[in-house]
Design a binder for this molecule. Structure first.
Ligand code: GDP
Length: 175
């Protein structure tokens, strides 16, 4: 079926952020509509793709996950190469993962091409009772650094499609 395999653009997305913030599960939810509880470091999803339709155009998103490399901060140039979008993920219930954002941003700026679309993702928004980072504080950080911003839940799928779709719209506008 040609229709399902043809697309107008192929966009490489990368996921960065501290380990266990939910990067693999965001990928799993977006690509497969699945959630893996207690997956910790074991899912080993390294790569996934899905086509979406934006303004009557088929766009194929190819999403790269760190496969645990973030534990060693060994994510380098090769991973960032060719990416048109970087999703920097933190966990709203873990203050430390928010405090790490500056170093992830520094890496993004160092290794990505200058016009990469960068999206801040506050994941685990379903765990409101354990929140350690307010929405307003994160929004302010995003504005200051020119990032798009979404609070998501890989568990409930809240805002997961939206984050990918809105960022793709943004990338299309830049073309
Ligand atoms: P990664 O290391 O950043 O890829 O994180 P994982 O996707 O492996 O997730 C780490 C842990 O957090 C796993 O136990 C997941 O089930 C859990 N998790 C991931 N996303 C969410 C979420 O949105 N809500 C909740 N409640 N748990 C999540």
């Amino acid at each position: 079926d040609r229709k399902s395999t043809s697309y107008e653009h192929l966009f490489k997305y990368i996921m960065v952020g501290d380990s266990a913030v939910g990067k693999s599960n965001l990928l799993l939810q977006f690509v497969d509509k699945r959630f893996a509880p207690n997956s910790d470091f074991t899912i080993g999803v390294e790569f996934g793709s899905r086509s979406i339709n934006i303004n009557d155009k088929q766009i194929k998103l190819q999403i790269w996950d760190t496969a645990g490399q973030e534990k060693f901060r060994s994510i380098t140039r090769a991973y960032y190469r060719g990416a048109v979008c970087a999703m920097i993920v933190y966990d709203i219930t873990r203050r430390d993962s928010f405090e790490s954002l500056n170093s992830w941003l520094t890496d993004c700026r160092k290794f990505s091409s200058c016009d990469v679309t960068t999206v801040l993702i506050g994941n685990k928004a379903d765990l409101e009772a354990n929140r350690q980072v307010s929405t307003s504080e994160a929004k302010e950080f995003a504005e200051k650094n020119g990032l798009m911003f979404f609070e998501t839940s890989a568990k409930t799928a809240l805002n997961v499609d939206e984050a990918f779709e809105k960022s793709t719209e943004q990338i299309l506008k830049k073309l």
